[in-house]
Design a protein around this ligand. Structure first.
Ligand code: MG
Ligand code: ZN
Length: 383
Protein backbone atom coordinates (compact mmCIF):
# COMPACT_ATOMS: atom_id res chain seq x y z
CA UNK A 1 0.00 0.00 0.00
CA UNK A 2 2.89 2.36 -0.69
CA UNK A 3 1.21 4.00 -3.65
CA UNK A 4 -1.65 5.50 -1.69
CA UNK A 5 0.38 8.07 0.28
CA UNK A 6 2.15 9.13 -2.94
CA UNK A 7 -1.12 9.68 -4.76
CA UNK A 8 -2.57 11.42 -1.72
CA UNK A 9 0.47 13.66 -1.54
CA UNK A 10 0.24 14.44 -5.26
CA UNK A 11 -3.45 15.26 -5.01
CA UNK A 12 -2.85 17.40 -1.93
CA UNK A 13 -0.02 19.25 -3.69
CA UNK A 14 -2.22 19.83 -6.71
CA UNK A 15 -5.06 21.18 -4.55
CA UNK A 16 -2.63 23.46 -2.70
CA UNK A 17 -1.15 24.80 -5.94
CA UNK A 18 -4.58 25.36 -7.47
CA UNK A 19 -5.84 27.17 -4.36
CA UNK A 20 -2.75 29.34 -4.45
CA UNK A 21 -3.25 30.20 -8.13
CA UNK A 22 -6.92 31.01 -7.55
CA UNK A 23 -6.09 33.12 -4.47
CA UNK A 24 -3.50 35.03 -6.48
CA UNK A 25 -5.98 35.51 -9.31
CA UNK A 26 -8.64 36.74 -6.86
CA UNK A 27 -6.18 39.15 -5.30
CA UNK A 28 -5.23 40.55 -8.70
CA UNK A 29 -8.89 40.86 -9.61
CA UNK A 30 -9.61 42.66 -6.32
CA UNK A 31 -6.71 45.04 -6.91
CA UNK A 32 -8.21 45.98 -10.25
CA UNK A 33 -11.63 46.66 -8.73
CA UNK A 34 -10.58 49.23 -6.14
CA UNK A 35 -8.47 52.36 -6.21
CA UNK A 36 -7.19 55.09 -3.95
CA UNK A 37 -6.31 58.43 -5.47
CA UNK A 38 -3.19 59.58 -3.59
CA UNK A 39 -2.77 62.77 -5.60
CA UNK A 40 -6.08 64.51 -6.34
CA UNK A 41 -5.83 67.41 -8.79
CA UNK A 42 -7.47 70.83 -8.69
CA UNK A 43 -10.17 71.62 -11.21
CA UNK A 44 -10.56 74.94 -13.02
CA UNK A 45 -13.29 77.51 -12.58
CA UNK A 46 -14.41 79.40 -15.65
CA UNK A 47 -16.95 82.18 -16.03
CA UNK A 48 -20.05 81.71 -18.12
CA UNK A 49 -20.02 83.08 -21.68
CA UNK A 50 -22.39 85.97 -22.46
CA UNK A 51 -22.45 86.04 -26.27
CA UNK A 52 -24.30 83.76 -28.69
CA UNK A 53 -21.76 83.58 -31.52
CA UNK A 54 -20.10 80.17 -32.01
CA UNK A 55 -16.96 80.26 -34.11
CA UNK A 56 -15.38 77.03 -32.94
CA UNK A 57 -16.67 73.68 -31.65
CA UNK A 58 -14.54 71.29 -29.63
CA UNK A 59 -16.11 67.83 -29.29
CA UNK A 60 -14.45 65.68 -26.62
CA UNK A 61 -15.40 62.00 -26.64
CA UNK A 62 -14.56 59.71 -23.73
CA UNK A 63 -14.84 56.29 -25.34
CA UNK A 64 -16.82 53.99 -23.02
CA UNK A 65 -17.18 56.73 -20.39
CA UNK A 66 -20.63 56.16 -18.88
CA UNK A 67 -22.15 57.89 -15.89
CA UNK A 68 -20.69 55.38 -13.41
CA UNK A 69 -17.20 55.85 -14.85
CA UNK A 70 -17.63 59.60 -14.32
CA UNK A 71 -19.15 59.14 -10.83
CA UNK A 72 -16.30 56.83 -9.84
CA UNK A 73 -13.71 59.35 -11.03
CA UNK A 74 -15.60 62.14 -9.23
CA UNK A 75 -15.43 60.26 -5.91
CA UNK A 76 -11.78 59.28 -6.46
CA UNK A 77 -10.84 62.92 -7.11
CA UNK A 78 -12.43 63.91 -3.77
CA UNK A 79 -15.75 65.05 -5.20
CA UNK A 80 -14.40 67.22 -7.99
CA UNK A 81 -14.10 66.99 -11.77
CA UNK A 82 -13.88 69.59 -14.53
CA UNK A 83 -16.55 67.99 -16.68
CA UNK A 84 -19.19 67.87 -13.92
CA UNK A 85 -18.68 71.62 -13.39
CA UNK A 86 -19.75 72.39 -16.96
CA UNK A 87 -23.02 74.32 -16.80
CA UNK A 88 -25.34 72.43 -19.21
CA UNK A 89 -26.02 68.69 -19.21
CA UNK A 90 -28.02 66.24 -21.28
CA UNK A 91 -28.41 62.51 -21.82
CA UNK A 92 -27.84 60.67 -25.08
CA UNK A 93 -29.29 57.36 -26.28
CA UNK A 94 -26.60 55.28 -27.94
CA UNK A 95 -28.24 52.24 -29.61
CA UNK A 96 -27.26 51.31 -33.19
CA UNK A 97 -29.62 50.94 -36.16
CA UNK A 98 -29.62 47.14 -35.97
CA UNK A 99 -28.47 46.40 -32.42
CA UNK A 100 -29.34 47.71 -28.96
CA UNK A 101 -25.80 47.47 -27.60
CA UNK A 102 -23.70 49.64 -29.89
CA UNK A 103 -20.00 49.81 -30.66
CA UNK A 104 -17.73 52.79 -31.24
CA UNK A 105 -18.22 52.42 -34.99
CA UNK A 106 -21.98 52.88 -35.10
CA UNK A 107 -21.97 55.35 -32.19
CA UNK A 108 -19.14 57.43 -33.66
CA UNK A 109 -20.90 57.46 -37.03
CA UNK A 110 -24.13 58.70 -35.41
CA UNK A 111 -22.31 61.65 -33.84
CA UNK A 112 -20.11 62.34 -36.88
CA UNK A 113 -22.78 62.04 -39.59
CA UNK A 114 -26.22 62.31 -37.95
CA UNK A 115 -27.36 58.83 -39.00
CA UNK A 116 -27.81 55.67 -36.94
CA UNK A 117 -25.97 52.91 -38.76
CA UNK A 118 -25.21 49.20 -38.43
CA UNK A 119 -23.05 47.77 -35.68
CA UNK A 120 -19.38 47.79 -36.77
CA UNK A 121 -19.88 50.34 -39.57
CA UNK A 122 -17.93 53.60 -39.80
CA UNK A 123 -18.91 56.67 -41.80
CA UNK A 124 -21.55 54.87 -43.89
CA UNK A 125 -25.34 54.45 -43.69
CA UNK A 126 -27.16 51.12 -43.15
CA UNK A 127 -26.75 50.36 -46.87
CA UNK A 128 -23.03 51.03 -46.85
CA UNK A 129 -23.22 54.40 -48.63
CA UNK A 130 -20.56 56.90 -47.51
CA UNK A 131 -21.80 59.83 -45.41
CA UNK A 132 -20.16 63.24 -45.00
CA UNK A 133 -18.90 63.77 -41.45
CA UNK A 134 -18.65 66.90 -39.34
CA UNK A 135 -15.01 67.23 -40.34
CA UNK A 136 -15.91 67.00 -44.07
CA UNK A 137 -18.70 69.57 -43.73
CA UNK A 138 -16.64 71.93 -41.58
CA UNK A 139 -13.79 71.75 -44.09
CA UNK A 140 -16.19 72.49 -46.97
CA UNK A 141 -17.32 75.65 -45.14
CA UNK A 142 -13.76 76.86 -44.78
CA UNK A 143 -13.24 75.88 -41.14
CA UNK A 144 -10.09 74.12 -39.96
CA UNK A 145 -10.39 70.64 -38.45
CA UNK A 146 -8.57 68.30 -36.06
CA UNK A 147 -8.78 64.69 -34.93
CA UNK A 148 -6.60 63.93 -31.89
CA UNK A 149 -6.89 60.48 -30.29
CA UNK A 150 -5.01 58.07 -28.01
CA UNK A 151 -5.91 54.98 -30.05
CA UNK A 152 -4.85 53.95 -33.54
CA UNK A 153 -6.14 56.29 -36.23
CA UNK A 154 -7.96 53.38 -37.89
CA UNK A 155 -9.84 52.61 -34.66
CA UNK A 156 -13.60 53.13 -34.88
CA UNK A 157 -14.01 56.62 -33.40
CA UNK A 158 -11.46 58.51 -35.53
CA UNK A 159 -12.45 56.34 -38.50
CA UNK A 160 -16.09 57.45 -38.15
CA UNK A 161 -14.91 61.04 -38.74
CA UNK A 162 -12.26 60.33 -41.40
CA UNK A 163 -13.20 57.14 -43.25
CA UNK A 164 -16.16 55.29 -44.78
CA UNK A 165 -16.55 51.53 -44.50
CA UNK A 166 -19.31 49.08 -43.61
CA UNK A 167 -16.73 47.04 -41.68
CA UNK A 168 -14.51 48.77 -39.15
CA UNK A 169 -12.11 45.82 -39.22
CA UNK A 170 -10.98 46.70 -42.77
CA UNK A 171 -8.25 48.80 -41.20
CA UNK A 172 -5.98 48.97 -44.25
CA UNK A 173 -8.86 50.46 -46.24
CA UNK A 174 -9.66 52.86 -43.40
CA UNK A 175 -6.01 53.99 -43.36
CA UNK A 176 -6.16 54.72 -47.10
CA UNK A 177 -9.25 56.88 -46.54
CA UNK A 178 -7.15 59.30 -44.47
CA UNK A 179 -5.52 60.45 -47.72
CA UNK A 180 -8.78 62.08 -48.78
CA UNK A 181 -10.14 63.22 -45.40
CA UNK A 182 -8.40 66.61 -45.58
CA UNK A 183 -8.37 67.10 -41.78
CA UNK A 184 -5.73 69.70 -40.89
CA UNK A 185 -4.33 68.25 -37.66
CA UNK A 186 -4.38 64.48 -37.25
CA UNK A 187 -2.66 62.79 -34.29
CA UNK A 188 -2.88 59.28 -32.92
CA UNK A 189 -1.30 55.81 -33.19
CA UNK A 190 -1.73 52.86 -35.51
CA UNK A 191 1.31 53.43 -37.77
CA UNK A 192 1.43 49.76 -38.84
CA UNK A 193 -1.78 50.17 -40.83
CA UNK A 194 -0.17 52.97 -42.86
CA UNK A 195 3.16 51.35 -43.67
CA UNK A 196 3.11 47.57 -43.07
CA UNK A 197 0.46 46.93 -45.68
CA UNK A 198 -0.45 44.00 -47.90
CA UNK A 199 -0.56 46.37 -50.91
CA UNK A 200 2.96 47.61 -50.17
CA UNK A 201 1.93 51.29 -50.13
CA UNK A 202 3.61 53.73 -47.76
CA UNK A 203 0.74 55.97 -46.71
CA UNK A 204 2.98 58.07 -44.47
CA UNK A 205 4.92 59.04 -47.59
CA UNK A 206 1.69 59.60 -49.54
CA UNK A 207 0.41 61.91 -46.79
CA UNK A 208 3.65 63.88 -47.10
CA UNK A 209 3.05 64.19 -50.86
CA UNK A 210 -0.42 65.51 -50.01
CA UNK A 211 1.24 68.40 -48.19
CA UNK A 212 1.17 67.11 -44.61
CA UNK A 213 4.06 67.45 -42.20
CA UNK A 214 4.38 63.79 -41.22
CA UNK A 215 5.81 63.09 -37.76
CA UNK A 216 6.50 60.02 -35.65
CA UNK A 217 7.24 61.53 -32.23
CA UNK A 218 5.61 64.15 -30.03
CA UNK A 219 8.93 65.99 -29.85
CA UNK A 220 8.93 66.58 -33.62
CA UNK A 221 5.23 67.43 -33.63
CA UNK A 222 5.53 69.95 -30.80
CA UNK A 223 7.88 72.12 -32.90
CA UNK A 224 5.38 72.60 -35.73
CA UNK A 225 3.38 75.83 -35.59
CA UNK A 226 1.62 76.07 -38.94
CA UNK A 227 0.46 73.96 -41.86
CA UNK A 228 -1.09 70.52 -41.91
CA UNK A 229 0.00 67.81 -39.47
CA UNK A 230 -0.15 64.03 -39.71
CA UNK A 231 1.37 62.68 -36.50
CA UNK A 232 1.38 58.92 -36.02
CA UNK A 233 3.27 58.38 -32.80
CA UNK A 234 3.08 54.61 -32.27
CA UNK A 235 2.82 51.35 -34.21
CA UNK A 236 -0.26 50.50 -32.12
CA UNK A 237 -2.20 52.67 -29.69
CA UNK A 238 -0.65 55.46 -27.63
CA UNK A 239 0.49 54.21 -24.17
CA UNK A 240 -1.82 54.32 -21.17
CA UNK A 241 -2.06 57.61 -19.24
CA UNK A 242 0.62 56.75 -16.66
CA UNK A 243 3.19 56.28 -19.44
CA UNK A 244 1.91 58.87 -21.93
CA UNK A 245 3.67 61.93 -20.45
CA UNK A 246 0.57 64.05 -21.07
CA UNK A 247 1.08 63.79 -24.83
CA UNK A 248 -2.63 63.66 -25.71
CA UNK A 249 -3.23 66.70 -23.52
CA UNK A 250 -0.37 68.65 -25.12
CA UNK A 251 -1.44 67.53 -28.61
CA UNK A 252 -5.03 68.61 -28.02
CA UNK A 253 -3.95 72.09 -26.93
CA UNK A 254 -1.47 72.30 -29.82
CA UNK A 255 -4.22 71.43 -32.30
CA UNK A 256 -6.53 74.08 -30.81
CA UNK A 257 -3.80 76.73 -30.92
CA UNK A 258 -2.96 75.97 -34.55
CA UNK A 259 -6.56 75.72 -35.73
CA UNK A 260 -7.53 78.96 -34.01
CA UNK A 261 -5.43 80.89 -36.52
CA UNK A 262 -8.26 80.38 -39.04
CA UNK A 263 -10.63 83.39 -38.87
CA UNK A 264 -13.46 81.18 -40.20
CA UNK A 265 -13.25 79.00 -37.08
CA UNK A 266 -12.59 75.31 -36.45
CA UNK A 267 -14.04 71.96 -35.47
CA UNK A 268 -11.92 69.62 -33.32
CA UNK A 269 -12.70 66.06 -32.24
CA UNK A 270 -10.55 65.04 -29.28
CA UNK A 271 -10.94 61.47 -28.05
CA UNK A 272 -9.90 59.86 -24.76
CA UNK A 273 -9.93 56.54 -26.55
CA UNK A 274 -8.48 54.22 -23.95
CA UNK A 275 -11.12 54.76 -21.27
CA UNK A 276 -12.97 52.02 -23.16
CA UNK A 277 -10.08 49.53 -22.90
CA UNK A 278 -10.07 49.82 -19.10
CA UNK A 279 -13.79 48.98 -19.06
CA UNK A 280 -13.16 45.87 -21.14
CA UNK A 281 -10.25 44.92 -18.86
CA UNK A 282 -12.28 45.56 -15.67
CA UNK A 283 -9.42 47.70 -14.42
CA UNK A 284 -10.47 50.61 -12.21
CA UNK A 285 -6.97 52.01 -11.40
CA UNK A 286 -6.17 52.29 -15.14
CA UNK A 287 -9.69 53.58 -15.83
CA UNK A 288 -9.19 56.36 -13.28
CA UNK A 289 -5.83 57.27 -14.85
CA UNK A 290 -7.49 57.61 -18.27
CA UNK A 291 -10.44 59.66 -17.02
CA UNK A 292 -8.19 61.95 -14.97
CA UNK A 293 -6.06 62.64 -18.07
CA UNK A 294 -9.23 63.26 -20.09
CA UNK A 295 -10.72 65.52 -17.41
CA UNK A 296 -7.52 67.51 -16.85
CA UNK A 297 -7.47 68.15 -20.59
CA UNK A 298 -11.06 69.34 -20.33
CA UNK A 299 -9.85 71.84 -17.71
CA UNK A 300 -7.25 73.22 -20.13
CA UNK A 301 -9.76 73.33 -22.99
CA UNK A 302 -12.34 75.16 -20.84
CA UNK A 303 -9.78 77.80 -19.85
CA UNK A 304 -8.89 78.29 -23.50
CA UNK A 305 -12.57 78.53 -24.46
CA UNK A 306 -13.25 81.03 -21.67
CA UNK A 307 -10.51 83.29 -23.03
CA UNK A 308 -11.74 82.88 -26.60
CA UNK A 309 -15.41 83.54 -25.83
CA UNK A 310 -16.71 82.09 -29.13
CA UNK A 311 -15.94 78.42 -28.55
CA UNK A 312 -18.51 75.77 -27.68
CA UNK A 313 -17.11 72.76 -25.77
CA UNK A 314 -19.06 69.51 -25.70
CA UNK A 315 -17.97 66.51 -23.61
CA UNK A 316 -19.67 63.14 -23.94
CA UNK A 317 -19.22 59.40 -24.44
CA UNK A 318 -20.08 57.17 -27.37
CA UNK A 319 -21.38 54.42 -25.05
CA UNK A 320 -20.72 52.82 -21.66
CA UNK A 321 -18.19 49.97 -21.34
CA UNK A 322 -18.14 47.19 -18.74
CA UNK A 323 -21.50 47.74 -17.04
CA UNK A 324 -19.66 49.38 -14.15
CA UNK A 325 -21.34 49.82 -10.75
CA UNK A 326 -19.83 51.95 -7.99
CA UNK A 327 -20.27 49.84 -4.83
CA UNK A 328 -18.30 51.67 -2.17
CA UNK A 329 -15.76 54.40 -1.58
CA UNK A 330 -15.02 57.64 0.22
CA UNK A 331 -15.15 61.17 -1.13
CA UNK A 332 -12.92 62.26 1.78
CA UNK A 333 -10.21 59.70 1.13
CA UNK A 334 -10.56 59.32 -2.62
CA UNK A 335 -11.21 55.58 -2.46
CA UNK A 336 -13.53 53.69 -4.78
CA UNK A 337 -14.64 50.08 -5.18
CA UNK A 338 -16.54 48.91 -8.23
CA UNK A 339 -17.98 45.93 -10.00
CA UNK A 340 -18.27 45.19 -13.73
CA UNK A 341 -21.19 43.25 -15.12
CA UNK A 342 -20.08 42.66 -18.72
CA UNK A 343 -16.91 42.31 -20.77
CA UNK A 344 -18.56 44.34 -23.50
CA UNK A 345 -20.61 47.53 -23.74
CA UNK A 346 -23.99 48.38 -22.22
CA UNK A 347 -26.89 50.46 -23.52
CA UNK A 348 -27.30 52.89 -20.62
CA UNK A 349 -27.70 56.52 -21.75
CA UNK A 350 -24.50 58.55 -21.56
CA UNK A 351 -24.17 62.10 -20.20
CA UNK A 352 -23.33 65.19 -22.26
CA UNK A 353 -21.72 68.28 -20.72
CA UNK A 354 -21.60 71.60 -22.55
CA UNK A 355 -19.93 74.98 -21.99
CA UNK A 356 -19.85 78.16 -24.05
CA UNK A 357 -22.19 80.03 -26.38
CA UNK A 358 -25.35 78.03 -27.23
CA UNK A 359 -24.36 75.31 -24.74
CA UNK A 360 -27.95 75.36 -23.47
CA UNK A 361 -28.95 73.58 -26.71
CA UNK A 362 -27.45 70.38 -25.31
CA UNK A 363 -29.91 70.14 -22.40
CA UNK A 364 -32.43 67.28 -22.49
CA UNK A 365 -32.67 63.62 -23.48
CA UNK A 366 -32.00 62.91 -27.15
CA UNK A 367 -30.40 60.59 -29.71
CA UNK A 368 -26.65 60.44 -30.41
CA UNK A 369 -27.51 61.57 -33.97
CA UNK A 370 -28.70 64.88 -32.49
CA UNK A 371 -25.11 65.70 -31.58
CA UNK A 372 -24.40 65.99 -35.31
CA UNK A 373 -27.63 67.91 -35.91
CA UNK A 374 -26.99 70.43 -33.14
CA UNK A 375 -23.35 71.03 -34.09
CA UNK A 376 -24.06 71.33 -37.82
CA UNK A 377 -26.89 73.78 -37.11
CA UNK A 378 -24.84 75.87 -34.68
CA UNK A 379 -21.89 76.08 -37.09
CA UNK A 380 -24.24 76.45 -40.09
CA UNK A 381 -22.57 73.54 -41.88
CA UNK A 382 -25.51 72.25 -43.89
CA UNK A 383 -26.33 73.65 -47.33
MG1 MG B 1 -12.91 55.07 -29.70
ZN1 ZN C 1 -15.29 48.99 -26.42
Amino acid sequence: MRKVPIYTALILAFILAATNIFAQYDQEKDEKLSFINEAPYKTVTVKSIEGEKVKNVILMIGDGMGLTQISTAWVANRGDLNMTKMPFTGLVRTYAANKLITDSGAAGTAMATGQKTSYHSVGVDVNGNPLPSLTDLAKAKGLSTAVVVTCGLTDATPAAFCANNADRDMEEELAADFLDCNVDFILGGGRDKFIKRTDGRDLMKEMEQKGYQVTRTWEETSKINSGKVFAVLEDGQLPMAEKRDGIWQHASMKAIEMLSKNDEGFFAMLEGSRIDDCGHWHDIPKLMGEIFDFDQTIGKVLQWAEKDGETLVIVLADHETGGLTLLDGSIENGTVKGHFSTGGHSDIMVPVFAYGPQAEKFVGVYENTDIFKKISEILNLLP
